[in-house]
Design a protein around this ligand. Sequence first.
Ligand code: PRP
Ligand code: URA
Length: 209
Amino acid sequence: MANYTIMGHPLIRHKISMIRDKHTGTNEFRKLVEEIAMLMAYEALRDLPTEEVEIETPIETCMTPMISGKKMAIVPILRAGLGMVNGIVTLVPTAKVGHIGLFRDPETYKPQEYYCKLPDQLDQRIILVVDPMLATGGSAVDAIRYVKEQGGKNIKFMCIIAAPEGLQNLMAAHPDVHIYVGELDRCLNEHAYICPGLGDAGDRIFGTK
Ligand code: PRP
Ligand code: URA
């Protein structure tokens, strides 16, 4: 079974088309990334475990399922992954949030680590590593390796746009990690940017250049 899912939902596809547009400004871009992340998380968290709890309705007492949000961690890859956090936290407000700081060396395109801080009890959590862009896959491969070294076992990865090269590399490096992709694009260009892509996700979310 392939360990990735391409979303294919018209609402997600529509919003991704909007963030591709170079005329979409920072404020709207940020809001759309949050919305896309929320819609994607709805699907990616379909198998969150639930536990039966006792609830008193106005009619009677019953046992009914609720999720245990304490068991979840969201791990954005800085910077651009930060733009996805609020959308997911809207769905699971009790999730813990860790951070992994990586940037791509502009010459080699290899990820360079600059900050890591993860929640405790990682081995007991469902961990959602998020980054809008999966280009060569180097950043996601390294981030997930780090999460595993810190004890993470049940890991999912969510990106808004992937290149085929990145998807292949990530699947080969971490075959146990299910990958959720908003749109699978055509290829990488000579600067390892995704085509057609949306440009530099971090710059577009934070208004830098
Ligand atoms: C971008 C993006 C990913 C990475 C993807 O981050 O947000 O983290 O590149 O590329 P890869 O798959 O080839 O590793 P960038 O390094 O530009 O840092 P930023 O988020 O701080 O802008
Ligand atoms: N990082 C980005 O932000 N965009 C790309 O197309 C590739 C890497």
